[in-house]
Structures are given as C-alpha cells and as structure tokens.
Design a protein around this ligand. Structure first.
Ligand code: ATP
Ligand code: MG
Length: 236
C-alpha cells in the first residue's frame, strides 16, 4: 500500500475539519477524492503531505508511520505534491521552477537526469524552458506544477485540482498525463472538482463531505448511484 490514512482528525487552530478520515491508495494506482466545496479535500491532502498535522489517527506511507514527520521528511521518503493553485514562482523561468522541485537529498544528485525525464513527458516545457512561468498559459503552468512534483523523484504524487481553471481541451491533456504517471509506476492521490473525468481514470474513489468519507468504491460503482451524481458530481 502506497498510502493509508486511518481514522484521521485534523483542522486549523481550534476548528476541526477532518473527522475520522480513512483512505487507502494502492501502489501504482490512481485514487481520486471528490466532494463539494469546503468538504475538506485540500485539508486531507495537507494532512497527508504534512503541511498540517493530524490531531489523531495515523498516516502510513510506504509501510512507514509518517504521522509525526515533517513535510520535508515525507518528501525525502518519496511523497510529492502539486498544491491547489500550483504555487509557482511567476518571475522565475520554467526550468528554474522545475529545478526547485529537486531540493531534497533524494533528488538532488540526479537533477539533470530527472529534468530530461520531465521534459520527455512534457515536451512543451522544454520549448518554454527559459520563459518566465508568469507568461505561460494556465495549462502550461499546471504542467510545470506537476513537473516540479516529479523533480522530487516521488513514488506518490498528490495533486490538488490540477484541472482548475483550464479549458476543456487542456483538462483532457492533464488527465492523460496523470494516467501516464500511473503507467510509470507512480501512485497518484488526486483531488478533483471535475468528478466525471477524474472518475474515468481512477482505480478507486472516495467521496468526502463535511470532513467525512461518505462513500467509496471503484468508480463504476459510485457512478451508478444516481443521487450521488446529483449531489456531488458536476455531471449534466
Ligand atoms: N487555513 C485555514 N484556516 C481555517 N480554516 C480553513 C483553512 N483552510 C480551509 N479551512 C476550512 O476548512 C474547511 C475545508 O476546506 P478545504 O479547503 O479542505 O475544502 P475543499 O474540499 O478543498 O474545498 P474546495 O473544493 O473549495 O477546494 C472549510 O470549511 C474551510 O473554510
Ligand atoms: Mg480544495
């Protein structure tokens, strides 16, 4: 198992957001979390990558209990994130942004090699290597965000709404890249508002509502449930 959350509570200050969240992400699989705005999806990912701490429960990563580890220690163990809104440095070039993803000891010694790998996966980024990220299109910026996560040489990639704000054609392209991550043997934990497309590429999915997992299963099962479609998914 790449990742397992067991009965995790967490939140901000005094405010509890997650209430007993348990989820698993199998090795080399795409696990999707969907749910309405404010459900706690981003909070789940922040608890996974260590940006906020779990109040209780445990987080296992690659068979190791990482619940008490700092974010950078999780990166060293092979967990990489592309956060909501990407958080790139708009005034720095594409290549500089990518290289910044390889700060961990794990990744430092093979930066050039990994960079070629990322350019292989995103040829468009090679063309844009010297361009400031602020001048790239939304789709290209999203690719930089994913590429930067890959620069950390992860075994698990955590993606928060990679399709946000993108034109439909680009959304398809981003989802194809996510499938490619899986083909390369990576495990992916993906949060998406774009539920329909996300479920199409998922091996397993969770529905989060008000900080709780209210449904889970293989996507085909979840998509069969009419009321779920209406309640949580933006399916017309
Ligand atoms: N930094 C913060 N401090 C306090 N409360 C926060 C903070 N970030 C989020 N929250 C609250 O936690 C709850 C869950 O937010 P979260 O961002 O995890 O939801 P989400 O499912 O990712 O929503 P969205 O689909 O809008 O991205 C919300 O009620 C939100 O107001
Ligand atoms: Mg969010």
């Amino acid at each position: 198992m790449a990742l397992e959350l067991r009965d995790v509570d967490s939140g901000y200050g005094e405010t509890q957001v997650l209430r007993g969240v348990s989820l698993k992400c199998g090795d080399g699989t795409i696990t999707v979390m969907v749910g309405p705005n404010g459900a706690g999806k981003t909070t789940t990912l922040k608890t996974v990558n260590g940006l906020i701490r779990a109040w209780s429960g445990s987080i296992m990563f690659g068979g190791e209990d990482v619940t008490r580890l700092h974010a950078f220690e999780r990166v060293e163990r092979g967990m990489a994130s592309c956060p909501e809104g990407r958080r790139l440095f708009p005034r720095l070039s594409t290549e500089t942004n990518l290289r910044l993803g390889a700060y961990s000891k794990r990744a430092r010694d093979s930066v050039d090699e990994t960079l070629q790998d990322v350019y292989g996966m995103f040829p468009r980024l090679r063309e844009r290597a010297e361009v400031r990220v602020g001048r790239l299109s939304g789709g290209e910026q999203q690719m930089v965000g994913i590429g930067r996560a890959l620069m950390a040489k992860p075994s698990l990639v955590v993606l928060d709404e990679p399709s946000l704000g993108l034109a439909p054609k680009l959304i398809g392209e981003i989802f194809e890249k996510i499938v490619e991550l899986k083909k390369r043997g990576l495990s992916v934990l993906l949060v998406e508002q774009n539920a329909f497309q996300a479920l199409n590429i998922a091996d397993y999915a969770y529905v989060l509502q008000e900080g709780r997992v209210v449904n889970e299963g293989p996507p085909s099962q979840l998509m069969d449930r009419e009321e779920l479609k209406k309640a949580y998914f933006s399916i017309e």
